[in-house]
Design a protein around this ligand. Structure first.
Ligand SMILES: [Zn+2]
Length: 304
């Protein structure tokens, strides 16, 4: 038994809202899932409160951490902008503190996932610095440096998907041309595999695991772009561990094997300095929930 109290983590995504009670070792004790209402807005607010109340009434949670897509304010209280949730300036902390009467912290889901992998997952042996790159529909990331999550001046630090990989390359949704996101995301994977007639990334991943040459070739292309991006980030930040997560990473070796091979070539010998470990994430799609809960427990006594 641990003396540290339980915390509640909430993962608010475009398709579902997941609540989980998490102990101080990062173990999830109980979860609830509800569909994200298509209307978003007020309907989504009601679902989030219902999930938090349900778990909060059954377990003695000391804090609530919310991991959400979109932009979160520097005070970790408000979701400023989350297109696919239909939220703008949504006061999530105020909403949940009124409903549940415990301290609430809101964090971007990629940052929360990076924190979880640092504390409990693939980088739990790291003492100082971890970079997480998430490869799903898009490419995102989060950094832990000096044992703390790096959020940046406006909380968008770690958005590695919008580093330019190709000058004058494909137009990205962010307005720049040639972002890594356009070459190393789930969208790019499906594009690379278009000759195989696959409908989505899940189908490409399934075929790649069966050894389909078009699908494995598509994963290799994604892996090559990612490896170059990772090599650049390592030069910039010199982390102990790099964690590769997100939906595509769940495909396993078909992504990680070529990624590690190209990374070794791209990173050179770093002048003889030690290389960071590059590893697949371990906590899967509940990493954001676990990380948000842990951050909330850790910061519950902090001044606002
Ligand atoms: Zn971009």
């Amino acid at each position: 038994m641990t003396a540290e109290p339980l915390a509640l983590g909430l993962d608010i995504g475009g398709t579902k809202v997941v609540g989980g009670v998490v102990d101080a070792d990062g173990t999830i004790i109980s979860t609830i899932r509800r569909g994200t209402p298509a209307a978003g807005g007020n309907a989504l607010r009601d679902v989030v409160v219902a999930v938090a109340r349900d778990l909060g009434e059954r377990f003695p949670v000391a804090a609530i951490g919310v991991g959400t897509a979109g932009l979160v304010d520097p005070a970790r209280s408000t979701v400023l902008f989350a297109t696919h949730l239909g939220w703008r300036n949504e006061p999530v902390r105020a909403l949940l503190e009124a409903a549940c009467d415990v301290p609430v912290l809101v964090e971007n889901d990629a940052n929360a996932a990076a924190w979880a992998e640092f504390r409990f997952g693939a980088a739990r042996d790291a003492t100082d610095s971890v970079i997480m790159v998430t490869v799903g529909t898009g490419v995102g990331g989060g950094f832990v440096l000096g044992g703390e999550l790096v959020r940046g001046a406006t909380t968008t630090a770690g958005e590695v998907g919008h580093m330019v990989a190709v000058r004058g390359g494909r137009l990205c949704g962010c307005g720049r041309n040639g972002c890594l996101d356009q070459y190393a995301s789930g969208h790019a994977l499906v594009r690379y595999a278009r000759d195989g007639g696959f409908l989505d990334g899940t189908a490409v991943a399934a075929a790649a695991r069966m050894g389909d040459p078009v699908a494995t070739g598509a994963f290799r292309q994604v892996a090559e772009w990612l490896a170059r991006g990772v090599a650049d980030i390592v030069q910039l930040l010199d982390p102990q561990v790099v964690v590769i997560g997100g939906g595509l990473a769940e495909a396993g070796d078909v992504l990680m094997d070529p990624l590690l091979e190209v990374y070794r070539k791209e990173s050179g010998d770093r002048g003889g300095w030690p290389q960071p470990q590059v590893r697949a994430a371990e906590l899967g799609n509940l990493a954001g929930l676990v990380g948000a809960a842990d951050l909330a427990r850790r910061h519950r006594g902090s001044p606002r």
